[in-house]
Design a protein around this ligand. Structure first.
Ligand SMILES: Nc1ncnc2c1ncn2[C@@H]1O[C@H](COP(=O)(O)OP(=O)(O)OP(=O)(O)O)[C@@H](O)[C@H]1O
Length: 244
C-alpha cells in the first residue's frame, strides 16, 4: 500500500438517491487512516455508504474519488484499489464451486488460469481448508459462505477493503481467527460494525445517522457520544417518529 502514491478516499458533498429520494448525503470526507469503523443504527445508510465508496452506486450529486479515480467509471482501476464484502454472501457469490469463486477475482485482475488455480490451492491449504476446493458453494452454511467471500477478496489484495458486518454470521473460533487475519493485513479496512470492542480499536470512527455523518473522529471522542445516544434511543419503546 505504501508504494501507492495516493490511496485516499475522498467524498465531496456526495449524495446517493433512489427514485429521486435521498438515501445518503451530502457527505464530505477525506479518508486516509488504516482502520476505520462505520457505526450507526439500522437503516442509517452505512451499507449505502460502502456501496458508494465501492462504485456500486454512483453519486447523484457531488463526487467520490478513490486514489483519484471515479469508482463508477474506472472499474478496472478499482480491482486493485477496493474490494467489498457484502452483508449477504448470496449477493456476492457467482460460481458453483469454491475454487472457481476464489479464482474469479484473480482472473479479473489478469492472473492467468494456472497461476490463479495454484494461488487458490495454496490459500486453501494455508487456511487448513484444502478439502473445500471442490465443494459446491450451495452446500456451505451462511457463515461459511461469508468466510469464502472474504477469502476471495483477500486473494485479490485490494488496497482498501470494505467490510459490511464481517463477523455477523460467524461462529466464535472463525471470528477470532478472522479478526487476527484482518488485524495482520497491511491494507486499509473500513468496517461496518455493531461491536463496541472492535470500534474502540480503530483509528477513526464515522457515525452515520439518517444518511448523514453525525460525528467523525477518534473512538475515544465519538464512542461515548454514540453510546449515550443509543442508550437514549434504547430506553424508548419505539424509534421517534421522523416526521414529528
Ligand atoms: N435500493 C433501495 N431503494 C430504496 N431504499 C433503499 C434502497 N437501499 C437502501 N434503501 C434505504 O436506505 C436506507 C439506508 O439503508 P442501508 O442499507 O444503507 O442502511 P444500514 O445503515 O446499512 O442498515 P443496517 O444496519 O440495517 O444494515 C434505509 O432506509 C433503506 O431502507
Amino acid at each position: 500500500m505504501s508504494e501507492w502514491r495516493d490511496d485516499s478516499l475522498i467524498f465531496e458533498a456526495a449524495e446517493v438517491q433512489q427514485n429521486g429520494q435521498r438515501l445518503l448525503g451530502p457527505i464530505t470526507l477525506d479518508i486516509r487512516e488504516a482502520r476505520i469503523a462505520v457505526i450507526g443504527c439500522n437503516g442509517a445508510g452505512k451499507s449505502t455508504f460502502l456501496r458508494l465508496a465501492a462504485g456500486l452506486v454512483g453519486a447523484a450529486r457531488g463526487q467520490v474519488r478513490i486514489s483519484g479515480l471515479d469508482p463508477v467509471k474506472e472499474r478496472e482501476g478499482m480491482l486493485a484499489a477496493i474490494g467489498i464484502l457484502f452483508q449477504n454472501p448470496d449477493h456476492q457469490i457467482i460460481f458453483p464451486t469454491v475454487h472457481e469463486e476464489l479464482a474469479f477475482g484473480l482472473r479479473q485482475q489478469g492472473v492467468n488460469a494456472a497461476d490463479a488455480a495454484a494461488q487458490v490451492r495454496a490459500h486453501l491449504e494455508q487456511e487448513g481448508r484444502s478439502d473445500w476446493h471442490d465443494r459446491l458453494v450451495h452446500t456451505l452454511s451462511h457463515g461459511q459462505k461469508q468466510w469464502l467471500c472474504l477469502q476471495a477478496i483477500l486473494l485479490m489484495a485490494p488496497r482498501t477493503i470494505l467490510l459490511d458486518e464481517p463477523f455477523a454470521a460467524l461462529d466464535l473460533p472463525t471470528r477470532l481467527r478472522l479478526a487476527r487475519q484482518l488485524g495482520r493485513l497491511k491494507q486499509r479496512l473500513i468496517t461496518i460494525t455493531h461491536d463496541p470492542i472492535h470500534a474502540e480499536s480503530v483509528d477513526r470512527v464515522i457515525w452515520i445517522d439518517r444518511g448523514l455523518v453525525a460525528a467523525d473522529g477518534p473512538p475515544a471522542l465519538i464512542l461515548p457520544q454514540f453510546h449515550a445516544a443509543m442508550a437514549e434511543l434504547g430506553a424508548l419503546d419505539a424509534d421517534p417518529d421522523p416526521s414529528a
